[in-house]
Design a protein around this ligand. Structure first.
Ligand code: SAM
Length: 226
């Protein structure tokens, strides 16, 4: 594992800092149709009814798109960033689907949920940010019901679909200032995105025996079955 550098310590922030939340939210809002709707379609094609856990839910757009499409599905979303969780709650109310969504602050590496409590676990764009991805995959296994699947999309095609010019124009003066500061080279280096070999190695350290890894344009999709 160490030869792949997975555990390499780097100066990094695992969560999206609160002061970046509104900037991030504005970017994700621009790709609801082109990204989250499509992932939601894939998810509901697998699960027509049941409970899903979304890890690193951010502003909650994926859970919202899922429950809009499937009246018998509930989604719980967790994230380390309180500000994003507040936004997710507000977005759910605005979309009129708050009754089937629950958002709370929590760590994907230490879930408060009981064993075998979810039909599906999903995540977009979180894996590359994690300090201990294996711990998170083990938590996915623990909270999944037998036969349930974890679908992890990373780093998420979101960034390749954002109209950067339009997005920057939507930022306030303060947000633009923060964004520039945040972009200083090396200040908040994201952890690297993983390739198939690295992901396979991670999975081997868990109890998941059935899995599929799909490497595509700007994104790796991992499907794990308990
Ligand atoms: C790139 S964002 C993706 C957010 C959302 N899934 C989306 O597609 O817009 C990754 C999110 O994972 C959250 N995150 C990172 N590490 C986490 C952890 N250990 N537990 C829970 N959330 C985490 C970050 O705060 C951030 O909101």
């Amino acid at each position: 594992m160490e030869k792949l550098g997975l555990m390499k310590k780097r100066m990094t922030v695992e969560r999206i800092p609160g002061f970046m939340a509104s900037i991030y939210e504005k970017a994700t809002r621009m790709v609801i149709e082109s990204y989250y709707s499509q992932v939601a379609e894939e998810v509901v094609s697998r699960l027509k009814a049941g409970v899903i856990l979304d890890l690193g839910t951010g502003p909650g757009y994926l859970p919202i798109e899922i429950v809009k499409r499937s009246p018998s599905v509930r989604v719980d979303g967790i994230d380390l960033t309180r500000k994003l969780i507040n936004m997710a709650q507000e977005n759910a109310v605005r979309a009129g689907v708050a009754d089937r969504l629950h958002f709370e602050v929590g760590s994907a590496a230490k879930l408060r949920f009981e064993d075998s409590s979810y039909d599906m676990v999903i995540s977009t764009g979180m894996l590359h940010m994690l300090k201990d991805p294996i711990k998170v995959l083990r938590e996915c296994y623990r909270v999944l019901k037998s036969g349930g699947e974890a679908w992890i999309y990373d780093p998420a095609k979101v960034s390749s679909q954002i109209d950067i010019v339009k997005w920057k124009a939507s930022l306030t003066f303060g947000e633009r200032f923060v964004y520039r500061l945040f972009s200083l080279p090396g200040l908040f280096k994201p952890l690297h995105a993983y390739n198939r070999e690295q992901v396979t190695e991670m999975i081997a350290a868990t109890d998941f025996k059935e899995y599929w890894v799909e490497e595509g344009d700007n994104e790796i999709k991992i499907k794990l079955r308990k």
